[in-house]
Ligand binder design. Structure first.
Ligand code: AMP
Ligand code: MN
Ligand code: MN
Ligand code: MN
Length: 274
Protein backbone atom coordinates (compact mmCIF):
# COMPACT_ATOMS: atom_id res chain seq x y z
CA UNK A 1 0.00 0.00 0.00
CA UNK A 2 1.35 3.41 -0.94
CA UNK A 3 0.24 6.25 1.34
CA UNK A 4 1.20 9.73 0.15
CA UNK A 5 -0.09 12.00 2.90
CA UNK A 6 1.32 15.39 1.86
CA UNK A 7 0.67 16.88 -1.60
CA UNK A 8 -0.23 20.21 -3.24
CA UNK A 9 -2.44 21.43 -6.09
CA UNK A 10 -2.79 24.79 -7.78
CA UNK A 11 -5.21 25.79 -5.03
CA UNK A 12 -1.98 26.77 -3.23
CA UNK A 13 1.52 26.62 -4.72
CA UNK A 14 1.34 23.36 -6.65
CA UNK A 15 1.14 23.35 -10.43
CA UNK A 16 -1.45 20.60 -11.08
CA UNK A 17 -5.20 21.02 -10.90
CA UNK A 18 -6.95 18.71 -8.42
CA UNK A 19 -8.11 16.60 -11.40
CA UNK A 20 -4.60 16.23 -12.76
CA UNK A 21 -3.14 15.42 -9.33
CA UNK A 22 -5.71 12.69 -8.73
CA UNK A 23 -5.18 11.22 -12.21
CA UNK A 24 -1.44 11.17 -11.63
CA UNK A 25 -1.94 9.42 -8.27
CA UNK A 26 -4.07 6.75 -9.98
CA UNK A 27 -1.52 6.33 -12.79
CA UNK A 28 1.31 5.94 -10.28
CA UNK A 29 -0.54 3.33 -8.23
CA UNK A 30 -1.00 5.41 -5.08
CA UNK A 31 -3.54 3.83 -2.72
CA UNK A 32 -4.14 6.66 -0.25
CA UNK A 33 -3.63 10.32 -1.20
CA UNK A 34 -3.94 13.26 1.17
CA UNK A 35 -4.26 16.62 -0.57
CA UNK A 36 -2.78 19.16 1.83
CA UNK A 37 -2.63 22.61 0.28
CA UNK A 38 -1.23 25.55 2.24
CA UNK A 39 -4.02 27.05 4.34
CA UNK A 40 -6.84 26.00 2.00
CA UNK A 41 -9.18 23.08 1.37
CA UNK A 42 -10.43 24.44 -1.98
CA UNK A 43 -9.10 21.43 -3.92
CA UNK A 44 -11.39 19.15 -1.92
CA UNK A 45 -14.40 20.92 -3.38
CA UNK A 46 -13.41 20.20 -6.97
CA UNK A 47 -12.28 16.58 -6.92
CA UNK A 48 -13.13 14.05 -9.62
CA UNK A 49 -15.19 10.98 -8.73
CA UNK A 50 -12.78 8.24 -7.67
CA UNK A 51 -15.35 5.58 -6.85
CA UNK A 52 -14.54 2.64 -9.12
CA UNK A 53 -10.80 3.25 -8.70
CA UNK A 54 -8.64 1.90 -5.90
CA UNK A 55 -7.64 5.40 -4.78
CA UNK A 56 -8.76 6.77 -1.45
CA UNK A 57 -8.52 10.54 -0.95
CA UNK A 58 -7.94 11.92 2.54
CA UNK A 59 -9.23 15.43 3.28
CA UNK A 60 -6.27 17.46 4.47
CA UNK A 61 -4.60 20.85 4.81
CA UNK A 62 -1.12 22.21 5.58
CA UNK A 63 -1.41 25.08 8.04
CA UNK A 64 1.32 27.67 8.60
CA UNK A 65 2.15 28.30 12.25
CA UNK A 66 4.80 29.93 14.42
CA UNK A 67 6.99 28.30 17.03
CA UNK A 68 9.81 30.25 18.75
CA UNK A 69 9.86 32.80 15.92
CA UNK A 70 10.23 30.19 13.21
CA UNK A 71 7.61 29.18 10.68
CA UNK A 72 6.44 25.61 11.27
CA UNK A 73 4.03 23.70 9.02
CA UNK A 74 1.32 21.48 10.49
CA UNK A 75 -0.59 19.04 8.34
CA UNK A 76 -4.15 18.18 9.35
CA UNK A 77 -5.36 14.82 8.03
CA UNK A 78 -8.94 13.56 7.95
CA UNK A 79 -10.25 16.94 8.92
CA UNK A 80 -14.01 17.56 8.85
CA UNK A 81 -14.18 19.87 5.83
CA UNK A 82 -17.37 21.55 7.02
CA UNK A 83 -16.34 22.18 10.62
CA UNK A 84 -16.71 25.80 11.78
CA UNK A 85 -13.33 25.86 13.57
CA UNK A 86 -11.56 24.72 10.42
CA UNK A 87 -13.34 27.31 8.29
CA UNK A 88 -12.58 30.08 10.79
CA UNK A 89 -8.92 29.04 10.85
CA UNK A 90 -8.76 29.10 7.06
CA UNK A 91 -10.34 32.55 6.97
CA UNK A 92 -7.82 33.81 9.51
CA UNK A 93 -4.97 32.42 7.41
CA UNK A 94 -6.40 33.98 4.24
CA UNK A 95 -6.32 37.40 5.89
CA UNK A 96 -2.83 36.74 7.29
CA UNK A 97 -1.55 35.76 3.83
CA UNK A 98 -2.97 38.93 2.26
CA UNK A 99 -1.45 41.10 4.98
CA UNK A 100 1.85 39.22 4.71
CA UNK A 101 1.90 39.59 0.91
CA UNK A 102 1.53 43.33 1.21
CA UNK A 103 4.34 43.47 3.79
CA UNK A 104 6.59 41.32 1.60
CA UNK A 105 5.74 43.54 -1.36
CA UNK A 106 6.72 46.69 0.56
CA UNK A 107 9.96 45.11 1.78
CA UNK A 108 10.94 43.97 -1.71
CA UNK A 109 10.19 47.41 -3.06
CA UNK A 110 12.66 48.84 -0.55
CA UNK A 111 15.40 46.62 -1.96
CA UNK A 112 14.72 47.66 -5.53
CA UNK A 113 11.94 45.43 -6.85
CA UNK A 114 9.46 47.66 -8.71
CA UNK A 115 5.91 47.44 -7.28
CA UNK A 116 5.65 43.63 -7.04
CA UNK A 117 2.28 43.24 -5.29
CA UNK A 118 -0.10 43.76 -8.26
CA UNK A 119 1.91 41.33 -10.41
CA UNK A 120 2.16 38.72 -7.67
CA UNK A 121 -1.55 39.01 -6.89
CA UNK A 122 -2.31 38.37 -10.56
CA UNK A 123 0.05 35.37 -10.64
CA UNK A 124 -1.59 33.85 -7.55
CA UNK A 125 -5.10 34.28 -8.95
CA UNK A 126 -7.48 32.23 -6.78
CA UNK A 127 -4.67 30.34 -5.03
CA UNK A 128 -3.60 31.10 -1.45
CA UNK A 129 -0.92 33.73 -2.08
CA UNK A 130 2.56 32.85 -0.89
CA UNK A 131 6.26 33.26 -1.41
CA UNK A 132 6.37 30.91 -4.42
CA UNK A 133 4.18 33.42 -6.29
CA UNK A 134 6.71 36.14 -5.43
CA UNK A 135 9.46 33.80 -6.61
CA UNK A 136 7.68 33.29 -9.92
CA UNK A 137 7.41 37.03 -10.43
CA UNK A 138 11.06 37.67 -9.52
CA UNK A 139 12.10 35.10 -12.14
CA UNK A 140 9.68 36.38 -14.82
CA UNK A 141 10.70 39.99 -14.29
CA UNK A 142 14.38 39.06 -14.56
CA UNK A 143 15.47 39.90 -10.99
CA UNK A 144 16.83 36.35 -10.50
CA UNK A 145 17.51 33.43 -12.80
CA UNK A 146 15.47 30.74 -11.03
CA UNK A 147 13.26 29.85 -8.09
CA UNK A 148 16.07 28.80 -5.85
CA UNK A 149 17.90 32.12 -6.42
CA UNK A 150 14.65 33.95 -5.57
CA UNK A 151 14.56 32.21 -2.18
CA UNK A 152 18.29 32.61 -1.65
CA UNK A 153 18.33 36.34 -2.38
CA UNK A 154 14.87 37.64 -1.52
CA UNK A 155 12.48 35.22 0.16
CA UNK A 156 14.34 32.64 2.26
CA UNK A 157 15.26 32.75 5.96
CA UNK A 158 16.64 36.13 7.01
CA UNK A 159 15.85 37.79 3.63
CA UNK A 160 13.43 40.71 3.11
CA UNK A 161 10.55 38.47 2.03
CA UNK A 162 10.80 36.24 5.09
CA UNK A 163 7.80 37.48 7.12
CA UNK A 164 6.57 34.88 9.60
CA UNK A 165 5.49 36.69 12.76
CA UNK A 166 2.01 36.83 11.25
CA UNK A 167 1.16 33.17 11.80
CA UNK A 168 -0.82 31.80 14.78
CA UNK A 169 1.09 29.77 17.34
CA UNK A 170 1.76 26.07 16.84
CA UNK A 171 -0.44 25.23 19.85
CA UNK A 172 -3.34 27.23 18.45
CA UNK A 173 -3.17 25.47 15.08
CA UNK A 174 -2.91 22.02 16.68
CA UNK A 175 -6.08 22.92 18.60
CA UNK A 176 -7.90 23.85 15.36
CA UNK A 177 -6.96 20.51 13.79
CA UNK A 178 -8.05 18.57 16.86
CA UNK A 179 -11.32 20.50 17.08
CA UNK A 180 -12.31 19.48 13.56
CA UNK A 181 -11.58 15.81 14.26
CA UNK A 182 -8.29 15.76 12.36
CA UNK A 183 -4.93 14.16 12.99
CA UNK A 184 -2.27 16.83 13.61
CA UNK A 185 1.05 16.07 11.91
CA UNK A 186 4.31 17.99 12.28
CA UNK A 187 5.39 18.47 8.64
CA UNK A 188 8.93 17.85 7.35
CA UNK A 189 10.72 18.27 10.73
CA UNK A 190 14.13 18.17 9.09
CA UNK A 191 13.41 21.23 6.91
CA UNK A 192 13.60 23.71 9.76
CA UNK A 193 17.37 23.34 10.02
CA UNK A 194 17.26 23.09 13.82
CA UNK A 195 19.96 21.68 16.05
CA UNK A 196 19.14 18.27 17.54
CA UNK A 197 18.31 19.95 20.86
CA UNK A 198 15.95 22.51 19.33
CA UNK A 199 14.29 19.87 17.15
CA UNK A 200 13.65 17.79 20.26
CA UNK A 201 12.18 20.88 21.95
CA UNK A 202 9.90 21.44 18.94
CA UNK A 203 8.68 17.84 18.98
CA UNK A 204 8.22 18.06 22.75
CA UNK A 205 6.10 21.23 22.49
CA UNK A 206 4.12 19.76 19.59
CA UNK A 207 3.39 16.66 21.70
CA UNK A 208 2.40 18.83 24.66
CA UNK A 209 0.02 20.80 22.45
CA UNK A 210 -1.79 17.57 21.54
CA UNK A 211 -0.09 16.75 18.22
CA UNK A 212 -0.57 13.19 16.98
CA UNK A 213 2.18 12.36 14.49
CA UNK A 214 5.34 13.56 12.77
CA UNK A 215 6.43 13.12 9.17
CA UNK A 216 9.16 10.55 9.59
CA UNK A 217 9.56 10.37 5.82
CA UNK A 218 9.21 13.57 3.73
CA UNK A 219 10.12 13.05 0.11
CA UNK A 220 13.55 11.76 -0.70
CA UNK A 221 15.64 12.17 2.41
CA UNK A 222 18.78 10.57 3.75
CA UNK A 223 18.28 7.29 5.66
CA UNK A 224 20.08 8.78 8.66
CA UNK A 225 17.48 11.58 8.83
CA UNK A 226 14.66 9.03 8.70
CA UNK A 227 16.25 7.04 11.52
CA UNK A 228 16.53 10.16 13.72
CA UNK A 229 12.93 11.18 13.07
CA UNK A 230 11.72 7.64 13.76
CA UNK A 231 13.51 7.79 17.09
CA UNK A 232 11.86 11.13 17.93
CA UNK A 233 8.44 9.71 17.08
CA UNK A 234 8.97 6.62 19.25
CA UNK A 235 10.41 8.63 22.15
CA UNK A 236 7.43 11.00 22.21
CA UNK A 237 4.77 8.37 21.63
CA UNK A 238 3.82 10.00 18.33
CA UNK A 239 2.61 8.15 15.24
CA UNK A 240 4.52 8.42 11.96
CA UNK A 241 3.37 9.89 8.67
CA UNK A 242 4.95 9.98 5.21
CA UNK A 243 4.48 12.05 2.10
CA UNK A 244 6.18 13.43 -0.98
CA UNK A 245 5.27 17.13 -0.49
CA UNK A 246 4.68 16.94 -4.24
CA UNK A 247 4.20 20.39 -5.87
CA UNK A 248 4.30 19.45 -9.55
CA UNK A 249 6.01 17.32 -12.16
CA UNK A 250 9.54 18.15 -13.22
CA UNK A 251 10.34 20.34 -10.24
CA UNK A 252 12.87 19.73 -7.50
CA UNK A 253 10.15 18.14 -5.41
CA UNK A 254 9.71 14.38 -5.10
CA UNK A 255 7.37 12.48 -7.37
CA UNK A 256 4.07 11.36 -5.87
CA UNK A 257 4.48 8.30 -3.70
CA UNK A 258 8.18 7.94 -4.44
CA UNK A 259 9.87 7.82 -1.06
CA UNK A 260 11.21 5.21 1.35
CA UNK A 261 8.87 3.05 3.43
CA UNK A 262 8.40 3.96 7.09
CA UNK A 263 10.86 2.16 9.36
CA UNK A 264 9.54 -0.91 11.19
CA UNK A 265 9.86 0.61 14.68
CA UNK A 266 7.23 3.36 14.19
CA UNK A 267 3.41 3.29 14.30
CA UNK A 268 1.99 4.42 10.95
CA UNK A 269 -0.51 7.23 11.41
CA UNK A 270 -3.18 5.38 9.38
CA UNK A 271 -3.26 2.46 11.82
CA UNK A 272 -5.78 4.32 13.95
CA UNK A 273 -8.03 5.23 10.96
CA UNK A 274 -11.25 3.21 10.45
P1 AMP B 1 4.82 30.31 2.11
O1 AMP B 1 3.75 29.30 2.42
O2 AMP B 1 4.29 31.49 1.39
O3 AMP B 1 5.66 30.66 3.29
O4 AMP B 1 5.78 29.60 1.06
C1 AMP B 1 6.40 28.39 1.43
C2 AMP B 1 6.59 27.53 0.21
O5 AMP B 1 7.63 28.04 -0.58
C3 AMP B 1 6.99 26.11 0.54
O6 AMP B 1 5.87 25.31 0.78
C4 AMP B 1 7.66 25.70 -0.74
O7 AMP B 1 6.69 25.29 -1.69
C5 AMP B 1 8.29 26.97 -1.24
N1 AMP B 1 9.73 27.08 -0.92
C6 AMP B 1 10.27 27.32 0.28
N2 AMP B 1 11.62 27.39 0.19
C7 AMP B 1 11.93 27.19 -1.11
C8 AMP B 1 13.16 27.14 -1.85
N3 AMP B 1 14.35 27.34 -1.26
N4 AMP B 1 13.08 26.89 -3.17
C9 AMP B 1 11.89 26.70 -3.77
N5 AMP B 1 10.70 26.74 -3.13
C10 AMP B 1 10.72 26.97 -1.81
MN1 MN C 1 4.65 24.82 -0.88
MN1 MN D 1 5.58 22.75 4.17
MN1 MN E 1 3.82 21.07 1.72
Amino acid sequence: MIHDLHTHTNASDGTLTPDALVQRAIDLGIDVLAITDHDTIAAHHSLPDVSGTSLRIVPGIEFSSRWMKIGVHLVGLNVDLGHATLLEGIERQREARLERASRIGARLQKVGVADPLPHVTAIAGDATIGRPHFAKYLVEAGYVKDFSAAFRKYLGAGKPGDVRDIWPSLAEVVAWIRACGGTAVLAHPAHYKLTATRLRALVHDFTDAGGHAIEVVSGRQHASVTAKLAELSVDHGLAASCGSDFHGPGSDWSELGRFAALPANVTPVWESWD
